[in-house]
Design a protein around this ligand. Structure first.
Ligand code: NOJ
Length: 584
């Protein structure tokens, strides 16, 4: 029997929704439930992804400097069970193993990130460049290419060098723009003859909001209503600068592309007949994806952000908007700095209008004047925030097409998690999720959206930020209790592999067969894993029993024995003196 491991109840507001009204929404209305059999355009690129801090481990090896995540995760109470990414999947030592997993999947590309402090320990080029760190990435890139897997390299997946945080306040400070540009230039110089796809930032929304507004992520700052906007402003400028650096100095020689990976949930109006809900849903998407995409494609922030944050700032009695402004020179410099757009997408929300009065202080969340809702029927197998709503993916992709002039898109993250108590390799819910989301992406391509590749998130189970190891996104299960961190294929590996080799969904009979085959093989792997886990649990128990014994023995030999001996000698001396006295 399959164990569905769903821990904890939903933290979201779960309301009765006006679903009947939402049913008649333009171009996707008849397709919400239907499955589309067909294949992807020739040359479509299939991949899987990871990021440095989440998988590499080796946090203090071979000259690596500290990142804000090393420091943050070592503070008590920041991460679930106080876990850290110190060793994580030990990816740093397992490049060959992991590339053979990619080969098993027949991946066309692999997305990973470069750890800035691994190659520049303080983040500052003039301080020191760590050749051992460079060598690690060189070997990884070379091995990928030897195996005909295209590297897609992210420059910033959240692990800012700690020195830059301490000295300057990290992304609150404009000086990050030049430091990041130096780091990116070094990567272009050292890896650019082999890497043709660069992503400047991964999900800057999270960096800004969770790093500088809510403080759930490193560096853990809570600068409500200002911190996120300021961080985002500097990130957008840093992205543009790096794009221009590549464009003017490297593009001719290296012929690569530079993009950014933005994440975005889809926001669907609760009541499609209510203009306020329609506008609120639009605001949700503009404050999320549009915050970064609109400056990059059109030169400035979305009008609705400028209006709402400006209005709220005025109500607070502030002289200017909490949303920073770009000069006209900056606008033209930023506009058009994107060769392809990376999209990370996982879930959808229903959105309704909700006013937040300004007198109780403002934040990014209250600035939007909306509430997020979920349908209790949406599957929610893992992370509390992650509901499976495949049709939202197609809508988001169409939104990108119409808003930003049909750019070239790579889906840089898409996938689903399960909770940690699972040692379940038969991940039928992931199979379902991938099947449905990839199918919606196929429909979007038929709508004319220019999607060139898809990256399943993630190749391995790994450190899931503030959730530690409690949420597993991997196609491959990692046994974190075993110090060798062995990997085991989940059933979804078999399924994804078949989607890749057929370049889509050829016909109903075949596709149904895939699921049957995938679940057949996983039961035997499950037994293997369970046996292995029992063995390592037993070994751990023995170690626990053994450990107190060892320390007990040490205490006996190092403290008790010498003390007793000294006492004995003293007593004998006293006794001897007593005897001698009596004789006299
Ligand atoms: C987006 C982040 O970029 C990634 O690192 C994370 O694992 C996924 N979200 C899932 O939470």
């Amino acid at each position: 029997m399959l164990t569905r491991c769903v821990l904890g109840a939903s933290h979201m507001l779960v309301l009765v929704l006006c679903l009947s009204a939402a049913e008649d929404f333009d171009w996707t209305k008849n397709d919400r439930g239907s499955f589309y059999y067909g294949t992807f355009p020739t040359g479509f690129s299939w991949g899987a992804g990871s990021s440095a801090y989440q998988t590499e481990g080796a946090w203090d090896r071979d000259g690596k400097g500290m990142s804000i995540w090393d420091v943050f995760s070592h503070k008590k109470g920041k991460i679930f069970l106080n876990d850290t990414g110190d060793s994580s999947c030990e990816g740093y030592y397992k490049v060959k193993d992991d590339i053979s997993l990619m080969k098993e999947l027949k991946l066309n590309h692999y997305r990973f990130s470069v750890s800035w402090p691994r190659i520049m320990p303080t983040g500052i080029k003039s301080d020191h460049v760590n050749e051992k760190g460079i060598k690690y990435y060189e070997d990884l890139i070379n091995l990928l290419l030897e195996n005909k897997i295209t590297p897609i390299v992210t420059l910033y997946h959240w692990d800012l060098p700690q020195v830059l945080q301490e000295k300057y306040g990290g992304w609150q400070n404009i000086s990050m723009v030049n430091y990041f540009n130096d780091f990116a230039s070094l990567c272009f110089e050292r890896f650019g003859n082999r890497v043709k796809y660069w992503i400047t930032f991964n999900n800057p929304w999270s960096v800004a909001v969770e790093g500088y507004e809510t403080g759930e992520h490193a560096p853990g700052m809570r600068l409500k209503g200002t911190g996120a906007y300021k961080a985002a402003h500097h990130i957008i400028k840093a992205h543009a600068k790096v794009w221009h650096t590549y464009d003017t100095q490297w593009r001719n020689k290296q012929k690569g592309l530079v993009g950014i990976s933005l994440s975005g949930d889809w926001g669907e109006p609760v009541d499609i007949t209510n203009q306020k809900d329609i506008e609120a849903a639009e605001r949700y998407v503009q404050f999320y994806l549009g915050w970064f995409a609109t400056p990059i494609f059109h030169g400035d922030y979305p009008q609705v952000m400028k209006d709402y944050i400006g209005k709220k700032s005025a109500q607070q009695g502030l002289g200017s908007s909490r949303l920073p402004t770009f000069s006209s020179q900056e606008k033209s410099y930023i506009k058009g700095t994107c060769d392809f757009l990376g999209i990370g997408h996982f879930t959808t929300r229903y959105i309704t209008q909700k006013n937040f009065p300004s007198n109780r202080g403002n934040s990014y969340f209250t600035d939007r004047d909306l509430a997020e809702l979920v349908d209790p029927r949406w599957p929610d197998p893992g992370s509390e925030w992650l509901y499976s709503v495949p049709w939202g993916f197609r809508r988001l992709l169409n939104f990108v097409k119409t808003q930003y002039g049909n750019p070239m898109i790579y889906v840089t993250e898409n996938g689903v998690s399960e909770k940690m108590l699972c040692t379940e390799l038969c991940d039928d819910w992931r199979i379902q999720y991938l099947k449905d989301y990839i199918n919606e992406m196929l429909k979007a391509i038929k709508d004319g959206v220019n999607v060139k590749g898809y990256t399943a998130w993630s190749l391995l189970d790994k450190f899931e930020w503030d959730e530690g190891y409690s949420e597993r996104f991997g196609l491959y299960y990692v046994d974190f209790r075993n110090k060798n961190k062995p990997r085991y294929p989940k059933a979804s590996v078999q399924y994804y592999k078949r989607i890749i080799s057929s370049n889509g969904f050829p016909n109903q009979r075949e596709v149904e067969n895939w699921k049957r085959k995938a679940t057949e093989t996983c039961s035997s792997s499950n037994q293997l894993l369970a046996a292995e886990e029992q063995r390592s649990t037993a070994a751990n128990i023995l170690r626990l029993i053994h450990d107190p014994l060892t320390s007990h023995m040490e205490m006996v030999t190092e403290i008790v024995v010498p003390t007793v001996c000294t006492l004995c000698i003293l007593l004998s001396a006293v006794f001897l003196m007593f005897l001698l006295r009596r004789r006299n």
